[in-house]
Design a protein around this ligand. Structure first.
Ligand code: ZN
Length: 214
């Protein structure tokens, strides 16, 4: 294969318009008659429409990636059936890929010369790398940060999980689907301050509870 593809990782916090960028890219590929495929890991079994949807209201059909999907085989099958190779593959929510699936994408890049662009979060609500993101940092040819700004003006780093009262949640499962109601993108400094505030508020509530019993 003479073509040289690249594996890209474009990461950012929630709300940094990664999905809108992906969809804009898909639109441009379509305009230029390029062969491309949009894919996304399925994280919610209740999801019926296989579309990638941006909060600004645009969407595009995609193929689901299941936890058991072998991405190399799945993409190869497409190519064999249609007697072609993809120019581009665009993947949303790539933090949810398994390590092996990122390895399979790297093989697609190297064997077919296809460009694969993975959009995703760097870290979870506890500021730890997701499995897919870690592997992408390890293997990607090109890594770009999609920047967005915290309310204080600094760059957002953390996807903080919040409860109904806006308190920072520090324990729980790594994956919990939600939007603005459950997550807020913060800079590291605001994240620390908000955790201290939340802890203090809980402490006050706890003391208030105690006084009822004394
Ligand atoms: Zn901040």
């Amino acid at each position: 294969m003479n073509r040289i593809g690249k594996l890209y990782f474009r990461y950012g916090t929630m709300g940094s318009a990664k999905t809108a960028m992906l969809l804009t890219q898909a639109y441009n590929f379509e305009e230029r008659g390029m062969r491309y495929l949009c894919m996304k890991p399925i994280i919610d079994d209740r999801e019926k429409d296989n579309v990638i949807r941006s909060r600004i209201g645009i969407e595009r059909r995609c193929e689901w990636i299941y936890p058991t999907t072998d991405l190399y085989q799945a993409i190869k099958k497409h190519c064999d059936q249609n007697q072609m190779v993809f120019d581009w593959i665009l993947i949303d929510e790539s933090q949810f890929l398994h390590e092996q699936q990122v390895d399979q994408l790297a093989r697609v890049v190297d064997e077919f010369g296809t460009n694969v662009v993975c959009y995703g979060l760097r870290t979870d609500f506890q500021s730890r790398l997701f499995e897919g993101s870690r592997r992408l940092f390890e293997l990607a040819d090109t890594i770009d940060e999609v920047k967005s700004t915290c309310s204080c003006g600094r760059k957002t780093i953390i996807n903080a999980r919040i409860d109904g009262q806006g308190n920072i949640v520090t324990d729980g499962a790594q994956v919990e689907i939600g939007g603005d109601d459950k997550y807020v993108a913060l800079c590291r400094s605001c994240w620390r301050n908000r955790r201290i505030e939340s802890a203090n508020r809980n402490a006050i509530n706890f003391d208030a509870g105690l006084t009822l019993f004394t």
